[in-house]
Write a protein that binds this ligand. Structure first.
Ligand SMILES: Nc1ncnc2c1ncn2[C@@H]1O[C@H](COP(=O)(O)OP(=O)(O)OP(=O)(O)O)[C@@H](O)[C@H]1O
Length: 265
């Protein structure tokens, strides 16, 4: 795996900018993290420690006042086009069908915008294939309100993948779902990662989710966040849900829980 595909080096970020001075909220401080190309990384930590801020800094939605952010060997100075993002709320437009929601990013971002106009059929085919790959084949013409929460979250995942990103950033994507649907979607993400070889960064509160999916887990400190612990997950792949019942798995979850309890103190 190519090291440093996503790299934050000594990064500090304050909400309100430098002008806010000590009045602003120092969200992360001296944060250093390196994620390899093709790796599945998970970021866990106490509430409010700066996990979402890390995601925003890595994708160029926000910029630090100190330190360096690089993605695919380039300094991040604007929103990163090779990234796809999905959040806890699927945020689908209710007046557009599932398929139209999927195509939305392509209508906005160049060079896809130009290509979409020229070659719509090819993009529609790609969207339909993506929907089929997450078990939503044939649902393209439905509106979001005709889909269950889990189906909407699958759609949101497809929308994050429609421009074939090299980097997939997931911020608590399954937080609002019931336990069974969540575990079903773990398997969807696992398979997407295995099939596409993309780099995934997952922010989650759910330690079982992190251990099931990730190659490496980063534990953050209390705000201002920095990386306290880095844990390599050696469980062999492909992982089935059964692995979550093994002692080895539960020991790792327990160890991580201990780190977070310490981080909270
Ligand atoms: N726009 C903002 N203005 C001021 N402070 C903010 C803003 N956004 C976040 N913060 C603060 O910065 C800190 C880091 O926020 P962030 O959302 O990155 O944390 P998080 O770890 O993702 O939180 P959670 O686990 O609760 O989702 C938090 O303490 C939060 O209160």
């Amino acid at each position: 795996m190519e090291p440093g595909f996503v790299s934050l080096d000594g990064v500090s970020h304050r909400y309100g900018g430098i002008a806010a001075g000590p009045e602003g909220v120092l969200a992360v401080q001296d944060l250093t993290i390196n994620i390899n190309r093709g790796e599945f990384a998970a970021v866990v930590g106490p509430s409010g420690c700066g996990k979402s801020t890390l995601m925003k800094l890595a994708t160029g939605l926000q910029f630090p006042f100190a330190g360096h952010v690089r993605v695919a060997n380039q300094a991040v100075t604007k929103p990163v086009k090779i990234a796809g993002m999905a959040f806890q709320a699927p945020t689908l437009l209710p007046w557009r069908t599932t398929l139209e929601n999927l195509l939305l990013p392509l209508e906005i971002v160049q060079p896809h915008r130009r290509e979409l106009r020229r070659n719509k059929a090819q993009y529609v085919e790609r969207a339909e294939k993506l929907l089929a790959s997450v078990g939503l084949g044939g649902f393209g013409s439905k509106f979001p309100w005709q889909l269950s929460g889990g189906m909407q979250q699958r759609t949101s995942l497809c929308r994050a993948l429609i421009h074939e990103p090299q980097l997939l950033m997931l911020d608590e994507p399954f937080g609002a779902l019931d336990a069974f649907t969540r575990e079903e979607l773990w398997c969807v993400i696992r398979d997407l990662h295995a099939a596409r070889g993309i780099t995934v960064v997952l922010v989650t509160h759910d330690l079982r989710e992190a251990v099931f999916l990730a190659d490496r887990i980063f534990v953050m400190s209390q705000r201002p966040g920095r990386i306290l612990v880095e844990k390599k997950i050696e469980l062999p792949r492909p992982r089935e849900l059964d692995v979550t019942f093994t002692k080895e798995f539960q020991d790792i979850v327990q160890e991580l829980r201990g780190h977070i309890v310490q981080a909270r103190q």
